[in-house]
Structures are given as C-alpha cells and as structure tokens.
Ligand binder design. Structure first.
Ligand code: 5GP
Length: 186
C-alpha cells in the first residue's frame, strides 16, 4: 500500500468545528499524527509556538517557501500565510502512522496534486445559519474578520464535491469517530 494512503486531509469552512473534531481525535486516538502548520498570523491567547502552529515571520516563511520546505502553502482569508512542512509528514508516514492535515481548500487542492492517494475529507456544518451562529458564538474574531471568513466559507462550501468524503458536523463526537473510521479503513 502506498504510504500516502495513510494521509488524511481535513478541510472545511471557518468555525465548522475542525479544531474540536481534531481535539477529540487527539484525545481518543493517540496513534494519529497531527501536522503542526506554519503560519505568519500572530498567536491567539493560549496558543503555543510549536504546538498549535509554528509562528513564523513573513521573511522566515518566504525563506522556507524558496527552500521548497512546504508540501503546500496558501494565503488564507486573504490575510496570513499558512503551510504544511513536508519533512515531518513524510517522517510520520514512513513510521507507518496515520497522519492528519487540517488545512484550507487551496492547500487541499495542492496536496491532491502532489499526493493523490491521500483521503480528502470535508467537514460541513448542518446549515449556513448554524455556521454563522458558531462563528459569532466563539467570539474570537472582529466583525470585519468574520465577514472575511464567511466570504471564504461560501467558496469552500461550494467545493464539497471535490472531496472523497463529506462529514456533517452536527455532533462533534459522531463526526470525529466517523473521521477516524475513515482513516482506519483508508
Ligand atoms: P486559524 O487562523 O483559525 O487558526 O486558521 C485559519 C484557517 O487556516 C483554517 O481554516 C485552516 O484550515 C487553515 N490552515 C491552517 N493550517 C494550514 C496549512 O498548513 N495550510 C493551509 N493551506 N491552510 C491551513
């Protein structure tokens, strides 16, 4: 079996609950390896460098792009750069661990191109109204940032058919377990 068949790419719009689903997987399925993305956005309160993200300056990010260190990278929500470092992913797959990338649509499309054997999963909200409610409810973004994120979300939701699997996140535990069962059977 090709090693990249153990790679799962999880995408989905802002506030759909990717982080919560990932946290559930982390707690209950410790065999799954999680990619730590690099980003140029500043840390939110409580976020730890090297744990939630590798927080890089724009210069450092660009240096790594030029050095070919990213499996994929993109400007997300028209603001910061986000990217997956290639080597740690290859190392995890070489160890035989199932690996999970939580990235945006642009990044998923790049990985689709370079690692077509991966499994592409889209996490979708039960409805548009519910997505807006979750985004407003978490209260971590300004009104302007929310508008920006919802504009990206509309584009992302329209792309669902490109994915191998679509999971409706109406219940995070059910959604996370569905994700893990897909990872196991892939
Ligand atoms: P946040 O700023 O809320 O942590 O993340 C914003 C968005 O960036 C999320 O929707 C997430 O999917 C995306 N993202 C996080 N890491 C990566 C990455 O490594 N590559 C790409 N392309 N997108 C990412």
């Amino acid at each position: 079996m090709s090693r990249s068949r153990r790679l799962v790419v999880l995408a989905g719009p802002t506030a759909v609950g990717k982080g919560t689903a990932a946290a559930y997987v982390r707690e209950h399925f410790p065999e799954v390896w999680f990619s730590v993305s690099a980003t140029t956005r500043p840390p939110r309160p409580g976020e730890v460098d090297g744990v939630h993200y590798h927080f890089l300056s724009d210069e450092e990010f660009e240096r790594r792009v030029a050095a070919g260190e990213f499996l994929e990278w993109a400007v997300v929500h028209g603001r910061a750069k986000y990217g997956t470092l290639r080597q740690p992913v290859l190392d995890a797959l070489a160890e035989g661990r199932p690996a999970l990338l939580e990235i945006d649509l642009q990044g998923a499309r790049q990985v689709r191109h370079t690692m077509p054997d991966a499994l592409f999963v889209f996490l979708t909200p039960p409805s548009w109204e519910e997505l807006v409610r979750r985004l407003v409810g978490r209260g971590t973004e300004s009104e302007e940032e929310r508008t920006r994120r919802l504009a990206t979300a509309e584009v992302e939701l329209a792309s669902q058919a490109e994915f191998d699997e679509v999971i409706v996140n109406d219940d995070v535990q059910r959604a996370a377990e569905h994700l893990v069962s897909l990872m196991r059977s892939h």
